[in-house]
Design a protein around this ligand. Structure first.
Ligand SMILES: [Zn+2]
Length: 273
């Protein structure tokens, strides 16, 4: 599943290619992904893309009066294709093509169809999915004081807390596990038992790890693909994620895997307290 760094990488690549360009029309080969595709997307006609943004794990194509909100779900991928003649060549899972400036295609492919495309007519910030998202982890709004104050009020495991999109958006399972390892904090610790210093270190490591992953093009190479880019190499830097029974890179103790709220949690019981 693409997490925040992967979506940021995709946004950074498509943005210079699409900003200021015109969506001439779309070819929508399916009626419904996770949700029904709006007629406004199916019948789109000569709409300028003012900007491309990311919010959480959503990609936003900002048009003059409306916004197309794209979520990649589990297996959604975006491709840029250079020749619009390619729109006649497609595979079973190529669900949407946007024809751009009569020379490019933005193609959406999704095997499992858990992704979705929404048409928002109001300010995208008021969208039903976006309005409940907490601050972006890479902005100053997400800082040690903010997380410390929230962690006092919550009595839940720290990993569950940082994965709650209403508290901070876009920290998925990979980056929650990895940032807790770097911070030497056990994922099962109850949030209000962490001291200010630990919270400060955790916030710093969350930002560090997300930035590092963005730099290396993200980590879930099987979930998305971009042309001519050496991407998705961050996984070789994992310390604990999917490393159960392997030896900790720091202390050589076996990494442990447990279940927390139906998500796999990985940690080193010697390095993390
Ligand atoms: Zn260790």
């Amino acid at each position: 599943m693409p997490e925040l760094p992967e979506v940021e990488v995709i946004k950074n690549i498509i943005k210079p290619l699409l900003r200021g360009k015109i969506i001439n029309y779309s070819i929508v080969r399916i009626k419904k992904l996770k949700y029904i595709i709006s007629n406004n997307i199916i019948k789109i006609n000569n709409q300028k893309i003012l900007n491309i943004k990311r919010r959480g794990r959503y990609i936003l194509l900002i048009l003059i009066n409306n916004t197309i909100i794209i979520h990649l779900g589990m297996t959604g991928k975006l491709f840029i294709m250079n020749n619009i003649k390619n729109s006649s060549q497609y595979h079973k899972h190529d669900h949407i093509d946007l024809i751009i400036d009569n020379n490019l295609i933005l193609r959406y492919t999704d095997v499992r169809k858990f992704g979705f495309w929404l048409w928002e007519t109001k300010n995208y910030k008021t969208n039903i999915f976006l309005k409940k998202l907490g601050p972006e982890p890479l902005t100053n709004e997400f800082n040690n004081l903010y997380l410390y104050n929230i962690s006092r009020k919550k009595k839940i495991p720290i990993k569950i807390l940082i994965m709650d999109n209403k508290i901070v958006t876009g920290i998925g399972n990979i980056y929650a596990n990895e940032s807790l390892f770097l911070s030497k904090i056990l994922p099962i610790r109850i949030s209000n038992n962490l001291n200010f210093q630990e919270i400060t270190f955790l916030v710093k490591n969350i930002k560090f790890i997300l930035n590092k992953s963005i730099k290396y093009g993200g980590s879930t190479i099987i979930s998305y693909q971009l042309p001519n880019k050496n991407i998705g190499t961050y996984s070789k830097y994992f310390y604990v994620y999917r490393k159960e029974n392997k030896l900790c890179k720091i202390c050589h103790t076996k990494i442990i895997k447990i279940n927390q709220r139906n998500r796999s949690t990985f940690f080193c019981k010697k390095c993390q307290k």
